[in-house]
Design a protein around this ligand. Structure first.
Ligand SMILES: Nc1ncnc2c1ncn2[C@@H]1O[C@H](COP(=O)(O)OP(=O)(O)OP(=O)(O)O)[C@@H](O)[C@H]1O
Length: 464
């Protein structure tokens, strides 16, 4: 080698070293066996890895030991070409590494130069952006749902969640639904939901309270009449509600109060899917989904002969029992907040509820269920002078109601059952398990389970 060649090599070596000393790129160099021979100063500084950690070490060994999750040097040696990968390295760093093979004249890999860029921050930003995009999408959907469904169903309880799941499923089928439950639990509300979730949502939603209308009027309302069919009938005749509900849903509220004579007619309409107006001879096709509701025990009415058994089975295709508010107190806080915000909006005020007031609202039994809660919140908002509804105000309203309820004369058996149910509820709230409840009430555990089932207490009963 001439002096000049030697000098050229020395200069090239110095140039390479000064590149490696520069602070902008993190570089490592490995030989044809994947052993690291050099690392740049910036590599040391950026990733806190010292020469002694890596020089003389095999990339294969470091990969195996988990020094980094995958090695670009190994991949270049395998693929024999330039490779770019994302690598998880020490100190939770994420690196974008490009490995460039340097070939000798026999086209064998002589060295591999790896250039690493720290993209930890970029990756984090990318993941944050991704999360934000998901959140944004969710919020958009939620906003859409809320603006398109102003009277959204509010619940937290497992019992109501099961009902909503069932409704989602049943709504799409055209089956008759029978809603059962105490007054004010939301039977009408749920019926509307079934209609809105069904394929009939663009059709009419017709409601009739079968208990509030005199028998002869109810008949003409439901089935319509032909002109001149009775004194006082309009000259043109009138369409009945079944006809008006064409392609939609008809909600027969308080079905338990429907007079027996009309029950026969209703059964006929349900069986034949045809209706005949009063005074008419023509049968008119009926294409309406029927949803019925009652707060009465239909089986008892059947036993007493007040409700037709065949109609009961005809309606009881999909029975859904909505539990009372007492049995799903988990729903109370969100219902209270929802009614509070609705009432605030209605009256243009911004009342809040103190924690203690919230607790007293929670402890109340709500014989009138959600309707009573709704009215109670409205009364509280209207009668509270300041901005905060306090417990004293709640008691002002609740206590007289409670006293009134106590004064009601009801059959002794019913009163005893009410007390039993109340006791069981309080005991479950406190003791959680049937064993402890049985101990506290000094009865058998099997009696506790039997009574909890009888009263449909949807407590998460742990049978221990
Ligand atoms: N889960 C709910 N979320 C929000 N509002 C509800 C809910 N359930 C019921 N409501 C509201 O409570 C009130 C009473 O409900 P609804 O009239 O449907 O009860 P009901 O069981 O049909 O009563 P009744 O047997 O006396 O006819 C309504 O104003 C309804 O909008």
């Amino acid at each position: 080698m001439t002096n000049r060649q030697l000098e050229n090599y020395r200069q090239a070596f110095e140039e390479l070293n000064s590149i490696l000393e520069m602070n902008f790129e993190a570089i490592t160099i490995a030989n044809s066996e994947g052993i690291f021979t050099k690392i740049s100063k910036s590599f040391e500084e950026k990733f806190g890895i010292t020469q002694s950690d890596i020089i003389g070490q095999s990339a294969f060994k470091l990969e195996k030991e988990g020094f980094f999750d995958r090695s670009v040097t190994c991949e270049v040696l395998k693929k024999k070409k330039k490779v770019t990968i994302i690598q998880k390295a020490a100190a939770n760093k994420i690196l974008l590494v490009t490995g460039i093979p340097i070939f000798n004249k026999n086209k064998e890999i002589q060295k591999i130069i790896n250039i690493s860029k720290d993209i930890t921050e970029t990756k984090k930003l990318e993941s944050d952006l991704n999360n934000l995009q998901i959140e944004h999408e969710w919020l958009k959907q939620e906003l859409f749902k809320r603006t398109n469904d102003k009277d959204r169903i509010t619940y937290e309880s497992v019992a109501m969640n099961n009902i909503v799941t069932l409704i989602d499923h049943v709504a799409k089928m055209d089956a008759t639904v029978l809603l059962l439950g105490e007054t004010g639990v939301g039977k009408g509300f749920i019926t509307k939901l079934v209609h809105e979730k069904s394929g009939r949502r663009d059709g009419p939603f017709i409601t009739i309270n079968c208990g509030a209308i005199p028998e002869n009027l109810l008949e003409s309302e439901l089935f319509g009449y032909e002109k001149g069919s009775f004194t006082g009938a309009s000259k043109e005749g009138k369409k009945g509600l079944f006809e008006m509900a064409e392609n939609g849903t008809i909600f027969l509220d308080e079905i338990g109060d429907m007079p027996l004579s009309l029950q026969v007619k209703l059964l006929h309409v349900l069986d034949e899917r045809k209706v005949r107006r009063i005074g008419g001879f023509k049968s008119i096709d009926v294409n309406a989904r029927v949803i019925a509701a009652t707060n009465k025990n239909l089986k008892e009415l059947v036993k007493k002969g007040d409700f037709r058994e065949d109609l009961f089975y005809r309606l009881n295709v999909v029975p859904i029992t909505i539990p009372s508010l007492r049995e799903r107190k988990e729903d109370l806080p969100s219902l209270i907040n929802m009614f509070l915000s609705k009432t605030n909006n209605k009256y243009g005020v911004k009342k809040t509820i103190s924690e203690e007031a919230m607790r007293s609202l929670y402890d109340y039994e709500y014989p009138g269920n959600i309707r009573e809660l709704q009215n109670l919140i409205e009364r509280l908002v209207i009668t509270t002078i300041g901005d905060k509804i306090e417990a004293a105000k709640v008691f002002d309203i609740i206590e007289p109601i409670q006293q009134k309820n106590m004064q009601d004369i009801i059959p002794l058996k019913e009163a005893v059952e009410q007390l039993e149910k109340k006791l069981l509820l309080s005991a479950f709230k406190k003791y959680k398990t049937t064993r402890k409840v049985a101990e506290a009430l000094q009865i058998d555990q099997s009696t506790v389970v039997k009574k909890a089932n009888k009263f449909q207490l949807k407590t998460n009963i742990a049978k221990i």
